[in-house]
Every structure is written in structure tokens, then in C-alpha cells.
Write a protein that binds this ligand. Structure first.
Ligand code: 3HC
Ligand code: NAI
Length: 702
């Protein structure tokens, strides 16, 4: 017996307990332990039935992801599950917490399954670029039906115990104490004369399945899972479950699983899994720090961002007080918030009661003194340093000692803002992304003087309001928007050189982005972008290059602000967000190119893609070098959740690793050699060069 799996006896029952914190992942020791324990109990003449149960907070949450990508360690999970399947004694899985992936597959290898009402069951492998590779694709359709099983596997979303019962995935719900209830269930099975029931021996029920079910599903996936590899292999496996016998289906599943495991997509998605969990770990932040309680939030400015930010807090029951400069602006802000909730209600995702409850948590006024009791105040007024300083001065005067003062600025110097208060250690940036009630990303900007308690509190708060918080240091644009500069710059230059905006967008979308850079700027506002360029120029951080974003500036000057005015770099039909190429813009670009003397050239698809992506990599590398971001994975998360970088490429830094850093450098050098590097656009970051020289990659910095 090993130290993660133990067996106890209770009368004629053997209780096999897995205890491998934190989530009972099926590491090698667990696989060995379970297989040995089941073989032993199966041989014991005193044992009539076996229950397989887990200690701690959850049933097995899956295969051990840390073992992936390393040489396989026997026994393989399907072999362990074979042992369960073949066990001569009645075998019952007892599920609490989450039975996910290999965990659920282990339960499906047992003869009966019971679960507590709060349990969740799912096959989330698709989220890691994988397919259920331990019999899930063959066993789940036999229990839950083909359509239900497929849906669970291609979305990766778990179901509740109640749904699992209804679908035949579990046989019984355990009320009360987990172990007692499970033992009582096992005894009742024995008393009722239940026999060993192997899922593999059950038929796959295809009653009511349309003739062209798999073709329909393939067409659906082609839209919903564009660019992804594993959903299509999952579909193939489920089709095999219908068309092949169990053993042949299992063999095919194994082959396709190994193909998925070896795919670059799975490596990228596994990187994302761990990066997501790392972002909230702040180097140097003492684990024992005392977080400050956040029970009441104040927001200054009820515009686009202030309103959306308020929704995040009231959605989780934290009351918000909004302060505006005029009653009319406040009324407008509140009306927009209510309208947002009403739309959610019309879609059936919010009850009228919940809507009123949330609106009831929002109060508003035009008096800063009403913020006196707030534990956290987030400023979201116009992007103007003088105004922000004035607001923070006022907040410093009215807010209680110990209140956290945050700015939602997207570009301004948080340290300068903090210096306008007497308590810079309580000041930091909370940079939400628009629409703030929807976008998952929150950049948390630590000022030079921000205290560890304040930083730790906001990192935790991000989770409470269901955001992924990434910590950034202070610099123009922080992590995300700073990297956007080089990307937008090259797009702008390629436009001047004669590349069509729709072609650039199509190539970037081809990599898996939901939208291209030109459509993105139209959505965010050409005027907003022009304003950022203007400010950066004033701060002296832009090169003296007249071509820099010349097209954007000209569009803004012509009043082509993007979607909101029906015309930006593309034009838009009323009520439709589909970008339509506009000959007026082609002329505008040609005139700008002539004015600036930019020679026209043909661009290969590869050049367009590289000129979009490599500036992201280079600037990301500088951001690491300067300590603005803690880890490459943090940068990847910013780009995944803030800018739609395709998850199956893992984010810009992981992407650079897959391209190979020497290749990145060689390509940048090619551009520098061809076009010159007067403005340092292709000057490599020292870190990038160092890593490439040492044969390392960004992943080695973890
Ligand atoms: N393998 C290894 N480590 C895992 C793991 C796994 N399957 N699942 C979670 N962990 C680790 C996390 O990395 C984290 O480690 P850390 O504390 O060092 O950062 C720790 O367990 C706790 O995880 P969370 O912070 O995510 O804890 P939560 O309580 O928020 O969530 C969970 C728990 C719902 C189980 C969530 O961790 C999760 O979704 N895990 C992944 C489940 C999954 O994808 N399973 C399928 C694996 S693939 C598979 O089974 C292949 C098979 O078909 C052959
Ligand atoms: P907005 O113009 O929609 O809203 C600003 C609001 O602040 C207005 O309602 C205005 O009446 C109010 N206001 C101005 N001065 C005030 C004062 N002294 N006291 C109280 N209220 C005052 O602007 P938006 O877009 O919401 O931007 C707010 C901040 O968020 C800016 O710093 C911006 O850079 C930042 N931001 C904006 C994003 C966006 O996509 N719109 C994204 C991320 C950050």
C-alpha cells in the first residue's frame, strides 16, 4: 500500500481512499495505489463490495497535468481503469467536489456511481487541447446518450449531480455525510442483489439521433471551434463509439489522444492553465499579509467605465456609491446600468427580482463627502492628469484612513497621481477593460509606494469580482496597451505601404484572433486611439516619425471615429458591426502615403503576420526586462483576456517560444536590414537576445 491510497474494511465493504492534495490528481502514485488496492480487495474473499472515495475537498480532478509532456509513467490511466472495470466485486465510486477528466473516467470505470448534491462532473480535456483519453469518449455516450456526451466533451463544461443523475451518469445522490451515505448505498446495492455492471458492456443508444447527426455537429464545430484541433477528434471518437465495438473505439481514442497531447495547441493551452493560476502569486508578497476588508466601494465618474465597473461589484453583493459632477451625468450612468441589466433579463439570464436587488445596491450623488465610508474608491473620470490629481486630492480629503484609492487610467503615471495624496501607499491602478462588466482582464498597477497589503487586497479582490488580475508596474500603457503600440505602428506602416486593411485583418484572424487590428481600432474608437497617440507624443515617448499612425490620425481628423460614427477605417451599415472596405479610405491612405513619400510594396502573408506579432514579442520582452511584468505567462494572460490573442497559441510570449527565439531575432534583423532601423523599431530587447544566445526561451524564466 502506498501513502496516497489506503484501504480500510467496514464489514464486507472495502473502502479505498485516495488522498493526494490539493485536488487528488491521478499522478503515478495514485494510479499504482488504486490499481493495487482494487486488485487486493477484489481477491479478498471477505469483501463483497468496494467503495472508491477521496479525502479532502474533491474527488479526483483529472490526470496529473504536470506529467504531460514527460515520458509516460506506468500504469497508464486506461490500464488502471481496466483494472476497475474487470474487478470481480461490486465497485462504487463516491463523488464529491469535482470529478473531472480522468477523475470522471475513473468513476465511469467503476460499476456504480453515487454523488453528493453539490458535486460537479465533467470532461474538460478540450480546454487543455486534449480529448478524454481514458475511456471517456467510449463510456460516457453509453450512459448519457450520444448528444449529451458529445456536448459535455466539446464544451468541457461540467454538469451538476442532479443533471448527472437525470442523464444516468450517476445512479444515486448521497444526502448527508459523504462516507456514511456512500457505505449505506453500497450496502443497499448488495442487499438488493445488484450485480457487477460494466459500462463497456452497455449498448450505445442511438434512438432519435438524426441520420446526419455527425455531419451537423461537424458543421457546428467548424463555426464554434474555428482553429481548434481537439474538438474535431472528440467528434471522431464519439462517432467511433457508435460505429465500432468498445475495444476498437478505445484503441482509436488512445491514438487520437496521443495526437492531441503531442499537438502544439495542447502545449499552449496547458501553459495557459498554469499561467492563469500563477498570476495571483506575487513575488515578494508575504503570504501572511493582512488583506483589508472591502465591504463598500465608491466610484468617481459614471461614464462608460464607471458604470461597468460598478456592475462588477454589485453582481457579487458589494454595494457601490457613484459620484458624478452633475446630476444629469449620474442619471445617465444609472440608466445605462439598468439598461444593461434589463438586456440580460430579456435574455433570461437574470430575474426581475435580482435586477432590483442589484440596482438597490447602487447609490449615487454629486457629493464627494458621500465616499467617506468606502473601503475602496475607483476613479474613472476623463483621462486627464490635472483632473485626476484634483480628484485624488479631494478623495484624500474625504476618504477614511485605510481606504484604498485606485485609478482606472489607461495610460497616466500612477505614481504621479499617488503623489497628489498624503497616502501614496494606499494608491494603485485598477485598469479595467471595456466593456468593464464583461471583459475578464484587470491590470493591477502597483505604484512605487503601493503597500503590499493594498496590492494583496486588490489581487484577491480581482478574484472576488471574477476577474483575472495581472499585476503590472508603472509605465505608459502598462503591459497590454504598451505592447499594442508596436503592433498598431506596424499595421499603420503596412497600410501606408499599400496593404489593404481587410487583408491585414484577415491574416491576423487567420491566426485565431476574433478580430483584426483595424476592426479593433474601429470598435474601440479611432478618436480614442488618436488621443492616446497625441498624449504619448506630448510625453515625448513616440519617435519623431511622421508616418507613425498617420492613417489613424487622418481618419480621426476627418471625423471617421469607427463603429460609433458608421465609418472609420472600414464603413458600417446602420445597426451592423460588419466591417466593409471603403474606397474612400483607400484614397485617403494613398494620399497620406504620397504626402509622406512612403514607397508602395507587395507584402507576403508571412510578412504581414510577422510585422504584427514580432513587435508584441519584442515589447513583451522589454516589459520583462524592466520588471514591469513578473512572468512571461502574465503577459500572455493579458493578451488572451484583454486583446483576444488565440488561447491555442498560448499568448505572445509562448508564441515566440514556439516560433523559436533565434527565428524571431533573424526575422527582425531582416526587416531592419531591408527598411533600416532609424527609430529602433526592430532593435531587439536585450533579454530576447540573451535568451536566444543561451539557447533558452521565455518559458525558462518561470
Ligand atoms: N493536475 C495537476 N495539478 C492540478 C490539476 C491537475 N489535473 N488540477 C488542479 N491542479 C493544481 C493547480 O495547478 C493548483 O496548483 P497550485 O496550487 O500549485 O497552483 C491546485 O491544483 C489547485 O487548483 P486551482 O487553483 O485550480 O483550485 P480550484 O479549487 O480553483 O479548482 C479544479 C479546482 C476545479 C479541480 C481546477 O483546478 C481544475 O479545473 N483543474 C483541472 C481539471 C482538468 O482539466 N482535468 C482534466 C485533466 S486532463 C485528463 O484528465 C486527461 C485524461 O482524459 C486522460
Ligand atoms: P467617459 O467620458 O465615458 O466617463 C467619464 C465620466 O467622468 C463622465 O461621466 C464625467 O461626467 C465624469 N467626470 C468627469 N469629471 C468628473 C469629476 N470631477 N467628478 C466626478 N465625475 C467626473 O470616460 P470613460 O471611457 O469611462 O473613461 C474613464 C477613464 O477610464 C479614463 O481614465 C480612461 O482612460 C479609462 N479607461 C477607458 C477605457 C475605455 O475603453 N473607454 C478602457 C480602460 C480605461
Amino acid at each position: 500500500m502506498n501513502n496516497v491510497v489506503t484501504t480500510q474494511r467496514d464489514g464486507s465493504l472495502a473502502i479505498v481512499t485516495v488522498d493526494n492534495p490539493p485536488v487528488n490528481a491521478l499522478s503515478q502514485a495514485v494510479r499504482v495505489g488504486i490499481a493495487e488496492a482494487i486488485i487486493q480487495a477484489g481477491k479478498d474473499p471477505e469483501v463483497k463490495a468496494i467503495v472508491l472515495i477521496c479525502a479532502g475537498r474533491t474527488f479526483m480532478a483529472g490526470a496529473d497535468i504536470t506529467e504531460f509532456g514527460k515520458p509516460p509513467l506506468p500504469p497508464a490511466l486506461p490500464d488502471m481503469i481496466d483494472v476497475l472495470d474487470q474487478c470481480p466485486k461490486l465497485l462504487v465510486a463516491v463523488i464529491h467536489g469535482t470529478a473531472l477528466g480522468g477523475g470522471l473516467e475513473t468513476a465511469l470505470g467503476c460499476h456504480y456511481r453515487c454523488a453528493v448534491p453539490s458535486a460537479k462532473l465533467g470532461l474538460p480535456e478540450v480546454k487543455l487541447g486534449l480529448l478524454p483519453g481514458a475511456g471517456g469518449t467510449q463510456r460516457l455516450p453509453r450512459l448519457a446518450g450520444v448528444a449529451n456526451a458529445l456536448e459535455m466533451m466539446v464544451t468541457g463544461n461540467p454538469v451538476s449531480a442532479a443533471v448527472a443523475l437525470e442523464r444516468g451518469i450517476v445512479d444515486h445522490i448521497v444526502e448527508g455525510d459523504l462516507k456514511e451515505g456512500a457505505l449505506a448505498y453500497a450496502r443497499s446495492l448488495l442487499a438488493g442483489g445488484a450485480s457487477v455492471r460494466r459500462v463497456r458492456e452497455l449498448p450505445v443508444n442511438t434512438d432519435g439521433l438524426p441520420e446526419d447527426f455527425f455531419e451537423q455537429q461537424a458543421a457546428g464545430l467548424a463555426r464554434a471551434a474555428r482553429g481548434y484541433f481537439s474538438p474535431f477528434r472528440i467528434l471522431q471518437c464519439v462517432r467511433n463509439a457508435v460505429e465500432m465495438d468498445f475495444d476498437a473505439g478505445m484503441a482509436a481514442e488512445r491514438e487520437l489522444f496521443i495526437e492531441c497531447l503531442a499537438s502544439p495547441q495542447s502545449a499552449a493551452l496547458r501553459h495557459v492553465f498554469f499561467a492563469e493560476r500563477q498570476v495571483s502569486r506575487i513575488p515578494g508578497l508575504d503570504k501572511g499579509i493582512q488583506e483589508l476588508p472591502i465591504r463598500a466601494v465608491g466610484i468617481v465618474g459614471a461614464g462608460t467605465m464607471g458604470g461597468g465597473i460598478a456592475m462588477n461589484f454589485v453582481n457579487v453583493g458589494i454595494p457601490v456609491h457613484l459620484v458624478e459632477r452633475e446630476q444629469s451625468a449620474l442619471d445617465r450612468g444609472l440608466k445605462i446600468i439598468r439598461g444593461n441589466y434589463e438586456r440580460t433579463m430579456k435574455k433570461g439570464r437574470l430575474t426581475a427580482e435580482a435586477l432590483e436587488e442589484r440596482m438597490g445596491l447602487i447609490s449615487g450623488s454629486t457629493d464627494y463627502a458621500d465616499l467617506a465610508k468606502a473601503d475602496l474608491v475607483i476613479e474613472a473620470v476623463f483621462e486627464n492628469m490635472a483632473l485626476k490629481k484634483q480628484v485624488f486630492g479631494e478623495l484624500d480629503r474625504v476618504c477614511k484612513a485605510g481606504a484604498i484609492l485606485a485609478s482606472n487610467t489607461s495610460t497616466l503615471d500612477v505614481d504621479e497621481i499617488a503623489a497628489s495624496t498624503s497616502r501614496p501607499e494606499f494608491v494603485l491602478g485598477m485598469h479595467f477593460f471595456s466593456p468593464a462588466n464583461v471583459m475578464r482582464l484587470l491590470e493591477i498597477v502597483r505604484g512605487e509606494k503601493t503597500s503590499p497589503e493594498v496590492l494583496g487586497t486588490v489581487v484577491k479582490l480581482a478574484k472576488t469580482i471574477r476577474k483575472t488580475g495581472v499585476v503590472s508596474g508603472v509605465c505608459f500603457g502598462f503591459i497590454g496597451n504598451r505592447m499594442l503600440e508596436g503592433y498598431a505602428r506596424e499595421v499603420g506602416l503596412m497600410l501606408l505601404e499599400g496593404a489593404a486593411p481587410e487583408r491585414i485583418d484577415a491574416i491576423v484572424q487567420g491566426l485565431g484572433f476574433p478580430m483584426g487590428p483595424n476592426a479593433m481600432i474601429d470598435m474601440a474608437g479611432v478618436d480614442v486611439r488618436a488621443k492616446v497617440i497625441g498624449e504619448a507624443r506630448e510625453l515625448g515617448i513616440l519617435p519623431a516619425d511622421e508616418r507613425y499612425e498617420a492613417v489613424t490620425l487622418k481618419l480621426a481628423a476627418d471625423g471617421r471615429f469607427g463603429q460609433k460614427t458608421g465609418a472609420g477605417i472600414f464603413r458600417y451599415e446602420p445597426g451592423n458591426r460588419k466591417p466593409i472596405p471603403d474606397p474612400v479610405v483607400s484614397e485617403l491612405i494613398a494620399a497620406e502615403a504620397a504626402r509622406l513619400g512612403v514607397p508602395q510594396r507587395e507584402h507576403s502573408d508571412e510578412e504581414i503576420l510577422d510585422r504584427c506579432m514580432l513587435p508584441l514579442v519584442n515589447e513583451g520582452s522589454r516589459i520583462l526586462e524592466e520588471g514591469i511584468a513578473f512572468r512571461p505567462g502574465d503577459i500572455d494572460i493579458v493578451w488572451l483576456y484583454g486583446y483576444g490573442f488565440p488561447a491555442f497559441h498560448g499568448g505572445p510570449m509562448h508564441y515566440a517560444d514556439t516560433v523559436g527565439l533565434p527565428n524571431v531575432l533573424a526575422r527582425m534583423k531582416e526587416f531592419a536590414d531591408r527598411d533600416g532601423d532609424a527609430f529602433g523599431y526592430w532593435t531587439p530587447s536585450a533579454l530576447l537576445e540573451k535568451l536566444a544566445d543561451a539557447g533558452d526561451n521565455f518559458a525558462s524564466l518561470k
